[in-house]
Design a protein around this ligand. Structure first.
Ligand code: MN
Length: 314
């Protein structure tokens, strides 16, 4: 089966031999009724270390309904990493695990070869929603393994001149998150105090990127947009972010991922055949399991052969 018969996206870590400052505009997509900014993958930049996907949702307020309502859908070959600034999300999966995520907590779901889950705003909610969902690509050694789910009520935090850092994945400045990962990486929420500059050390062999989440800030005198991912390249000893009115940023990074991955819908694979089999298994109710805690129909897989690549449902 050729690549042409499955409209999947081959993703290679491009890396960079030095520090960069490159802007990649995100695109708006819809998760049901919820408009989100898809910041990764973007044209020209598919991976940041093992991070292969980044959705930014909110900030928004609502009086009724459940703005996030993603019905059961399958994943393979990846981890989902969900981090909230505001509001709450309830996760249910085919391992029968349920967790309500709130700010300062973390949900990490490792699909291994197969898992299904749903994510929605719980009925008991604050009427606010703001956060991100990321995926990491699992390395070859782990991508066929068993599925698991980890919920952290809080992640390690440290104060530094100029701000506050929450390390949700990997390590930063000798602070390490207990989140389970299978590649070297960092994922952190950087809070810059108003009128101040936050400086943190970086691993020079990592490539890094930042996404402005709230407020305003500048790096190297360049103001950041809320609608774009900024690629910082490698070989940086530290990162300094200044802010007039205060800001929160997402920092992600890792050594350039050594494997070429193939992304189609919610699957991270290596070959078109794997994508075809995973799609067929989901449609036949094989392998991925069911999510009985979710009341409602599951999400059907998109057609395999189409002109446009299907949007992941995250
Ligand atoms: Mn998902």
């Amino acid at each position: 089966m050729s690549n042409e018969s499955v409209n999947a996206e081959a993703c290679v870590a491009l890396g960079a031999p030095q520090s960069r400052f490159e802007m990649y505009a995100g695109r708006e997509v819809h998760l049901g009724d919820l408009a989100i900014l898809r910041a990764l993958p973007v044209k020209g930049r598919r991976l940041i270390g093992p991070w292969c996907f980044l959705d930014r949702f909110g900030p928004l307020t609502f009086n009724q309904g459940t703005p996030m309502d993603v019905a059961p859908h399958p994943h393979m070959g990846l981890q989902t990493v969900t981090w909230l600034l505001d509001g709450e999300i309830v996760h249910d999966d085919s391992l029968q695990q349920e967790a309500v995520l709130r700010p300062r907590g973390l949900n990490v779901m490792t699909s291994g070869g197969a898992i299904a889950h749903s994510e929605r705003t719980p009925d008991d909610n604050t009427g606010r929603l703001s956060g991100v969902q990321l995926w990491t690509a699992l390395p070859e050694s782990r991508r066929h393994g068993t599925a698991s789910f980890q919920h952290l009520a809080s992640v390690p935090t440290f104060e530094t001149p100029g701000g506050l850092v929450q390390v949700f994945s990997g390590g930063l400045a000798n602070v390490t998150s207990p989140a389970e990962h299978f590649s070297d990486l960092v994922g952190a929420d950087l809070q810059v105090h108003p009128g101040d500059t936050l400086t943190i050390p970086l691993q020079p062999h990592f490539e890094h990127a930042v996404l402005l989440l709230t407020g305003n800030c500048a790096i190297g005198g360049e103001r950041l947009s809320l609608q774009a991912l900024y690629y910082l390249g490698t070989r940086r000893q530290e990162l300094s972010v200044s802010s007039a009115d205060g800001a929160r940023l997402l920092l992600i990074g890792g050594p350039p991922f050594p494997e070429t991955i193939l992304m189609w819908w919610n699957f991270v694979a290596r070959t078109p055949e794997e994508v075809r089999e995973a799609r067929a298994d989901w449609e036949a109710h094989r392998r991925f399991g069911e999510v009985p805690a979710y009341k409602g129909p599951r999400i059907p897989a998109p057609e395999l052969i189409r002109l446009a690549q299907p949007n992941p449902v995250s």
